[in-house]
Design a binder for this molecule. Structure first.
Ligand SMILES: [Zn+2]
Length: 311
């Protein structure tokens, strides 16, 4: 089969490799679409295993039926799995990082990682990380219908899903971005964010602030959150070290939480919720063009997802 094989740091080549061979409780997914995520870029730039076929987010067919893939393996029996935290499974492996992923015509995964669905390949290939990470963040922050959810980095791929999912849950949403992309009714730029959020919320500010960007935006998040509110962080593209005024944090009873990936239960819920999701696909490439697709991830013009069409 044809695959994008990472043979060294930042060295991805398309070549013929042997087809995956399945063992007990595994299935072969015929990959239809694979998305390129920041997570893939981090892995390509700093791999933990070589050679490896990257690709953490993809969808395809098993026995001619459409499937989504939960992109970390799990045994279902360890301490973490029994708590419903499969993303921390003690024997789990990350698909596309520790074991071969979806930048290939075929990939083998455990049966327990596939979920049949009639959603489009565009949506199914956005669920594993891009939709699951913000959904897990919203769930961990205990989002409710009456909440105002403010999403920083609203035009990023996870930001777009954070807004959509919060809206589907019934919350009021505000997106902050300097990018001219209309992904919610209330989209404001960073310079006007505080003033506009004040206006939109009658001075109350947000119940939940989603900050997938990192420490550079923590101060803004603290200014946008209301007393008793929650700030969730699940990315550090713009810095991981932060200085924080603990007096301000406790006097306003603000929760600052981190989240990572999501649970199998949440992934199943997404298959229902995302009947209403809209994929924002910016550009599509073939597997042969994988290096062009990866370069385009850093384009300042980018609005939405970059997807590989495979098979
Ligand atoms: Zn486990």
């Amino acid at each position: 089969m044809k695959a994008g094989l990472l043979i060294d740091r930042n060295k991805l080549i398309v070549k013929d490799v042997s087809d995956p061979k399945i063992e007990n409780e595994e299935v072969i997914v015929k990959v239809r679409k694979a998305s390129i995520t920041r997570f893939d870029l981090m892995n390509i730039n700093n791999p933990t295993k070589l050679p490896i076929i990257p690709g953490a987010e993809f969808a395809g067919d098993v026995d001619g039926k459409k499937v989504a893939v939960y992109t970390r393996t799990y045994d279902g029996t360890c301490k973490m799995c029994r708590k419903g935290m499969e993303m921390f499974c003690l024997s789990g492996k990350r698909i596309g990082v520790d074991i071969n992923g979806g930048f290939a015509e075929y990939v083998k995964v455990p049966k327990s990682n596939i979920f049949y669905s009639d959603l489009s390949y565009e949506i199914l290939s956005s669920l594993s990380l891009t939709a699951l990470a913000p959904y897990h963040a919203l769930r961990t922050a205990n989002v409710k219908k009456e909440d105002t959810v403010i999403v920083l980095g609203a035009s990023s791929n996870t930001g777009i899903f954070a807004l959509q999912l919060a809206e589907i849950i019934g919350a009021k949403t505000i997106g902050i971005t300097n990018n001219n992309i209309k992904v919610s009714k209330n989209i404001f730029n960073y310079a006007e964010a505080i003033e506009k959020v004040k206006e939109t919320t009658d001075g109350e500010m947000g119940d939940i602030i989603i900050n997938p960007l990192g420490s550079k935006y923590l101060d803004l998040a603290l200014k946008l959150v209301k007393k008793g509110g929650t700030i969730v962080t699940f990315g550090t593209l713009y810095g991981s070290e932060a200085k924080i005024n603990l007096s301000y944090l406790y006097l306003n009873q603000i929760s600052l939480i981190g989240t990572v990936r999501g649970t199998v239960q949440e992934f199943k819920e997404l298959l229902e919720l995302c009947k209403k999701c809209k994929p924002y696909i910016w550009k599509e490439f073939s597997l042969e063009q994988i290096n062009d697709a990866i370069s385009e991830m850093s384009s300042s013009e980018r609005k939405g997802r970059i997807v590989l069409n495979i098979n």
